[in-house]
Structures are given as C-alpha cells and as structure tokens.
Design a protein around this ligand. Structure first.
Ligand code: LER
Ligand code: MN
Length: 272
C-alpha cells in the first residue's frame, strides 16, 4: 500500500476542513515529500482556474504522484452537487465532473472520487435512476481519458444514497461500467459497517477496491480514536491491496500536526 495526504489546490479559496498541510502550494508539496508519502490527493473545486501542466510538473519535481482528484470541495466550496433538485445546478455539477476528469487526466491522476459531490436523493423522484445515468456517462467519459471514478459510501448523516459497501456494490451493478469502482473511507466504515475488515475484503473480492481514505472514528489522525487500524492494515496486505491510503481528516490541532501524527502512526503500522 502507498500513503497520500489530501491537500487543497490553490483555487479553492474557502478552507476545506479535511484538507491537510499549510502554506503556499510548493510548501505543501515540500512538506508532503519530507513526510515520506508517495502521493497527494488534490481537493479541487474548479480546475478552470488551475494550470494543470504546472501542477503536474511541480508534483513530479517533488517526486510525488497524484493519488486522486477529490470532488468534495466542489460540493463544499462551489455548492455543486450531481443530485441538486435544481436542474440547472445539477447540469453545472455534471459539467464540473467532466472538468475534474479532464484535470485528472492532465495531472496523471488515476481516479476522481465521488463522495459528497453526489448530493442527496431527498424528495427527488427518479433520483437514483438519474445518478445511475450520470455516473454511467461520466465513467465512459473518464475511461476514454484513462481515468476511473471511485464512488464513496458515506455515512447516513452525509448522504441518503450509498451508505455502506453492500449498497455501493449493488449500485455498481446497476451502473455496470468497468470504469466505476469504490472508495472506502474508514471514518464512514466506522459508522455504517459491522466489521473493520469485511467491507475491504468484499470490495476487493468484487475487484472494486480502488481507493481508501483514512481518518479515525472522530475524524482525527489514525491512532487518536477507536478504529482498529492494525487490523485494517493487516487485511489490506492480506488481500493484496496495492492502492493508496489517503489521509482525509480534520486539520486539528492544525493541518501540519494532523499530517505528522497521521504519518507517525501509519509508518509505524506499515513498518516503513
Ligand atoms: C466526506 O465526508 C468525505 O469523506 C469525502 O471524501 C467526500 O467527498
Ligand atoms: Mn472520504
């Protein structure tokens, strides 16, 4: 497995509470590299304001990879969600997803995450059917550009569609596209699953475990809460997961300390 830290790109403006590392862009990359991670997950609200070629070059200069392009900031900062009840806003969200996929391809990111950005079904008639259709089309768009989409089960307080791995796998069957898989976030696993390890096994067995977010049950760095990270790491190794463990957690007490504490714990657990 490889380690990554979630960081905001420079256009996001508002602070994303689960993004790590402080300072200007180059400083963040230098800090990530000195902490010994292999990659960064980019939390991007609007790629139109970014120079993808420069971002790609600066990341490569620090010998880092882009682990993923995260879409959470699109919902949080730009207020766009795929299931927005207003058709014009939903169309804008769909266009933004295409832009994120193009950006991912331009910075050599393997995948784009679909978490809070999907929104909620709420009272939308046909909401599920709409999400299936939107993600099927987006997966085809992504596949044509060498990118994949990772759908993230979210806890019940954050979304009313796809809360656990079983629902995630059922949804993937409906979409039925090889460029759509799953992202499991330990913080959401803690709220919705029955086991620390079975959800990872199930997703892996289905060939769909493409990305992992780490954060403890209180969304602090691993080791600062109750989640059994040793068991999760042992299982990920046993099942042969070679993707990223990407830290997406509260920047407390500050964005640098949270990153340092995360890596102190993860390096110890991984024995690296
Ligand atoms: C939100 O809680 C989360 O885990 C993000 O990855 C969603 O975009
Ligand atoms: Mn997450």
């Amino acid at each position: 497995v490889k380690l990554a830290l979630a960081i905001q790109t420079t256009e996001t403006g508002a602070i994303v509470p689960v993004a790590l590392l402080s300072g200007a862009w180059e400083e963040k990359l230098a800090k990530a590299a000195s902490l010994g991670v292999s990659g960064v997950e980019l939390m991007t609200a609007d790629p139109a304001h970014l120079d993808a070629a420069r971002i790609r070059a600066s990341i490569a200069w620090h010998r880092l990879e882009v682990a993923a392009v995260g879409s959470g900031a699109v919902a949080l900062v730009a207020g766009l969600r795929l299931l927005d009840p207003d058709p014009a806003t939903a169309a804008q969200a769909q266009a933004r997803l295409s832009a994120l996929i193009d950006f991912a391809a331009a910075v050599a990111a393997p995948l784009v995450t679909i978490g809070s950005f999907r929104g909620r079904i709420g009272s939308l008639a046909e909401g599920r059917r709409r999400l299936v259709a939107v993600l099927r089309a987006a997966a085809a768009y992504a596949q044509a550009r060498g990118v994949r989409l990772a759908l993230e089960p979210l806890n019940r307080y954050e979304s009313d569609i796809i809360n656990n791995v079983a629902e995630g796998l059922a949804f993937l069957l409906e979409v039925d596209h090889p460029a759509l898989g799953l992202l499991l976030d330990t913080y959401h696993v803690n709220i919705e699953e029955r086991s620390w390890t079975e959800p990872f096994r199930q997703a892996m067995l289905a060939g769909c475990l493409w990305h992992v977010h780490i954060g403890d049950n209180n969304r602090l760095p691993p080791g600062k809460g109750l989640i059994d990270f040793p068991a999760i790491v042992a299982t990920l190794r046993e099942i042969g997961y070679t993707g990223y463990l990407s830290a997406e957690l509260l920047a407390l007490p500050d964005p640098d300390t949270a990153a340092e504490q995360t890596l102190a714990c993860m390096h110890r657990l991984l024995g690296v």
